[in-house]
Design a binder for this molecule. Sequence first.
Ligand code: GLN
Length: 478
Amino acid sequence: MKIPEQTACGLMQKIVSGELSAARVAEEMTAYARELNPKTNAFVRFHDPSPSGDGAVSLPVALKDNICVRGCPATCGSRILSGFVSPYDAGVVERLKDSGARVIGSLNMDEFAFGSSTETSAYGPVRNPWDLGRVPGGSSGGSAAAVSAGQVVWSLGSDTGGSIRQPASFCGVVGLKPTYGRVSRYGLVAFGSSLDQIGPFTRDVADCALLLRIISGFDDRDSTSVDRPVPDFPRLLGRGVKGLRIGIPKEYFIDGIEPDVLGAVREAVEVFKKAGADVREISLPHTSYAVATYYIVATAEASSNLARFDGVEYGLRAVPDKARKAAIVDMYETTRQKGFGDEAKRRIMLGTYVLSSGYYDAYYLRAQKVRTLIKRDFEKAFEDCDLILSPTAPTTAFRIGEKTSDPIAMYLSDIFTIPANLAGIPAMSLPCGFDKAGLPVGLQLMARAFDEETLLNAAFVYEQKTGWHKERPSLKGA
Ligand code: GLN
């Protein structure tokens, strides 16, 4: 079995036909994941695999380190959660286990999902399998790199402002952020509660459709979960794109996009035209406010969500070095000072500032209003089209260290992915070519709320006509 070339659907067929046994697949894949990990640093830990259920999908899966698995640590790539062991399974984990999947480990991430490069992790950076000197994107960099390198056939990540799609784009894999409310966040450590969604990373679109079907559905333990039937996504693939109206937002084709990215995306547009889609220019006029709006809403929510990490209930507890008897406030302060990394501290300070009395109206309230305008842009655009197409990110993978001292440059990597989170709509990234240095380029598709079906179907057509997803990374480089 050539592990890096497998897909989940392909493996399941071989298991059903008796060519391979589920136990052997799990064993070989786990051994391969461990062997490769010193190169990628995608896994932060391996678990004793959850006993294989008897469900249909008995394949190994790995999860971002912010998704809780009963009896296993979940640390969100942070020192502050060291020692924390989850007492329960996340909603998505229950669904995976019910389908028979074996959870084999936790995947590296930017601390608390703050970042676009996986360099803010307390476990050190993840390396991009296409060039080990480059970042895999973030914050779900471990989830993307593990699938790209072949350590697992599929994984889960979370996306608050692009953290599934941007790393999928940098690592040449498929990544999908579902509609807000489609997938339960019960057991996902919260970052920006009005934005967060869990979603799949896979090597191709059929696997993405299957994994999305497994994890989707109502959960009354997540108050934002929406009670709607889950379509049988894998069965709905293959309807073609004839007559499908695809909108190209003019605000997404701006200066600063790398020419090779632009070239690959323009070629993708031609592929859709040839397949019979009706491609038209559209406008999303408030796009230029999205990054600023996001960094107010997301940091405000993060600062309030992270208030619970104070040394009392979860993970690390630290007291001042010299104190014999520390007051409880000293314990809170020392724990947070030692436990959080620099980016987490920056987010907490920004968020606390925008929520503070006197500034709340000027920042948070205003940002909420602009968010509504951005949402309306999409509603209006979807009157004239069924799908919106853009690059996933303005560049391909950058070098490790290249943007760590410039937070604004780092924040701008999410310029095309953030609007879908603000609007709550589903969006995905899929491989659409390579730049001159051989690094993958990602194509983003966005659809109406709860219309993942159209997304997956169009992505499937594109994938069949191009085949970029079949290229495998070299696992070389500095
Ligand atoms: N890169 C963005 C940020 O730093 C998005 C992160 C995410 O989606 N979790 O906030």
